[in-house]
Unconditional design. Structure first.
Length: 204
């Protein structure tokens, strides 16, 4: 489901741009010194992990994680994409406070015992210069499982606001929560959870 974006005054865009560049500037020397492929750092104002799960076979519960960080090395000509994502599990947000409390419980996301979830990937199936499938590993609640993300969109270009190249896109995937020890409410809440990820990353 596409996210609607409202237009904001130029001053706010410039302020956001300054914040993003200030928080990512420290990564520039490391990327340059390594002489590696171009490095991009996620823009937290345009990056989100959404999830969907079927409830009682009748309706779909939807939510997101509000706190995400990550970076990617990307080189279309060399067919290189190396990505790392960190999600703060306590930042889960369904829009329903009672449900969020349940999701943060020990039987579900357990942010006290497992405050972060990680996704790393280096294997990619390419179509021309575009990454089509990203094959990686998700670590959640101390368990690591393979997770494939399919790109529905990917594009790079110069941001007129940030004055930097920005790459971004939309990705979809699916996890089986019981493989991570999350069996609460089965089978009334589906075992399969759909992931919808939107990413924008700024070249350093």
């Amino acid at each position: 489901m596409a996210r609607q974006r409202s237009f904001r005054p130029a001053r706010r865009l410039i302020a956001v741009a300054g914040l993003v560049l200030a928080t990512t500037a420290s990564a520039q020397p490391a990327a340059s010194a390594a002489g590696a492929s171009p490095a991009y750092v996620f823009d937290p104002t345009h990056t989100a992990v959404h999830w969907e799960v079927v409830h009682m076979g009748t309706s779909t519960i939807r939510g997101r994680f509000d706190k995400i960080a990550g970076s990617v090395q990307f080189d279309a000509k060399a067919h290189l994409l190396d990505v790392g994502i960190t999600v703060q599990t306590a930042s889960v947000n369904s829009g329903v406070p009672l449900l969020d409390t349940i999701l943060r419980g020990k039987e579900l996301l357990d942010p006290t015992g497992s405050p972060e979830a990680y996704y790393t990937a280096r294997q990619v199936r390419w179509e021309g210069d575009l990454p089509r499938e990203v094959h990686g590993e998700l670590t959640l609640r101390g368990t690591s499982e393979p997770l494939t993300l399919t790109a529905t969109r990917w594009k790079c270009g110069l941001s007129l606001v940030l004055r930097h190249e920005v790459c971004g896109g939309d990705f979809e995937g699916e996890l089986v929560r019981s493989r991570f020890g999350i069996t609460h409410s089965l089978p009334f809440v589906d075992d399969r959870v759909k992931l919808l990820i939107e990413v924008e990353a700024i070249r350093q």
